[in-house]
Design a protein around this ligand. Structure first.
Ligand code: F6P
Length: 327
């Protein structure tokens, strides 16, 4: 059992993700239920440095579970990455009487939390909040399921045009350096192929997928491209196919930030609620410097430095599933 936690701070950092509000709500209410005071920190680490901090009550999080984005706002703080900025952030944690910090965010945000914990021997708990699903140790991150559903809905719509015009669409999705969104949205939307950073795809191979579809009576094709392709994503592949296979009528759609917004799915709300609740339980148990995740439907604690290594494997079976089902 570590030092007793009387006050926790909570912040969201990095890209917003649907379900962050459900998570802030769960942290706030679980803390209050346990007699722990909650300080809401605005604009991520930026707000921590600038002292944008106020006490949260149960009412502060009323009517938020269904809202996308983050009521605490968010930022990608460059200042926090400097020694001076981190010191200011730590000084404010002390000044506001915050005994432990709960950070809801993705890879960069949890890396920042880890550095703060190491530098000042300060208790932090990380909660995985990112549409990218790229944190090791948790099956899903908050926001991933909603983004996946949004992409699926968009691709369903794009397919109407693809079929009506006999076209090939290259649809670019987010995910940073990870292909989870691309691979799984391709399966969910019945796409012909997914181009992901975890797997090599060359243009000839791509043409095989496409022509296979065309031969088979389909006159259209959808290829989901993960944004992380260093060579230029969907535009690059579309240009190559246009140049080398001019018989195809090719279009590109880059979904962009619309993938990150919107009301969270039931899955994300439940995930966020369970993780927020579990973060307070973790602190009560004396856990420090771990990310709380869910693996095989059970709460797990993963050392933050392990969670952020950017090596969460993609299930190779998913690549086979897509390959077989798109013949
Ligand atoms: O990490 C979430 C994410 O949406 C990535 O998928 C994407 O690469 C990045 O953030 C975009 O960041 P920004 O909103 O700062 O442009």
């Amino acid at each position: 059992m570590g030092r007793q936690i009387k006050t926790v701070g909570v912040l969201t950092s990095g890209g917003d993700a649907p379900g962050m509000n459900a998570c802030i709500r769960a942290v706030t209410r679980s803390a209050i239920y346990n007699g722990i005071k909650v300080m809401g920190i605005y604009r991520g680490y930026e707000g921590l440095i600038n002292g944008e901090i106020k006490e949260f009550t149960s009412e502060s999080v009323s009517n938020t579970i269904q809202r996308g984005g983050t009521i605490l706002k968010t930022a990608r703080s460059k200042d926090f990455m400097t020694d001076e900025g981190m010191k200011k952030a730590y000084d404010n944690l002390v000044a506001f009487g915050i005994d432990a910090l709960i950070v809801i965010g993705g890879n960069g945000s949890l890396t920042g939390a880890q550095k703060l914990a190491a530098e000042y021997d300060y208790p932090v708990i990380g909660l995985p909040g990112t549409i990218d699903n790229d944190l090791y140790g948790t099956d899903s991150t908050i926001g991933y399921d909603t983004a996946l559903n949004t992409i699926m809905d968009c691709v369903d719509k794009i397919r109407d045009t693809a079929t009506s015009h006999d076209r090939i669409f290259f649809v670019e999705v987010m995910g940073r350096d990870a292909g989870f969104l691309a691979q799984n949205s391709a399966i969910a939307a019945g796409a012909e192929a997914a181009i992901i950073p975890e797997d090599q795809t060359d243009v000839d191979q791509l043409e095989q997928f496409i022509s296979r579809g065309f031969r088979k009576s389909k006159n259209s094709s959808i290829v989901i491209v993960s944004e992380s392709q260093k060579d230029g994503g969907a535009m690059y592949y579309a240009d190559r196919v246009r140049k080398e296979y001019p018989q195809y009528d090719v279009r590109v759609t880059i979904l962009g930030h619309l993938q990150r917004g919107g009301t969270p799915t039931a899955f994300d709300r439940i995930l966020a609620s369970r993780l927020g609740y579990a973060s307070i339980e973790a602190l009560k148990e004396g856990q420090r410097n771990v990310m709380v995740g869910i693996h095989n439907d059970e709460i797990v604690y993963v050392p933050i430095n392990r969670a952020v290594k950017k090596d969460k494997p993609i299930d190779r079976e998913l690549i086979n599933v897509l390959g077989v089902l798109s013949i």
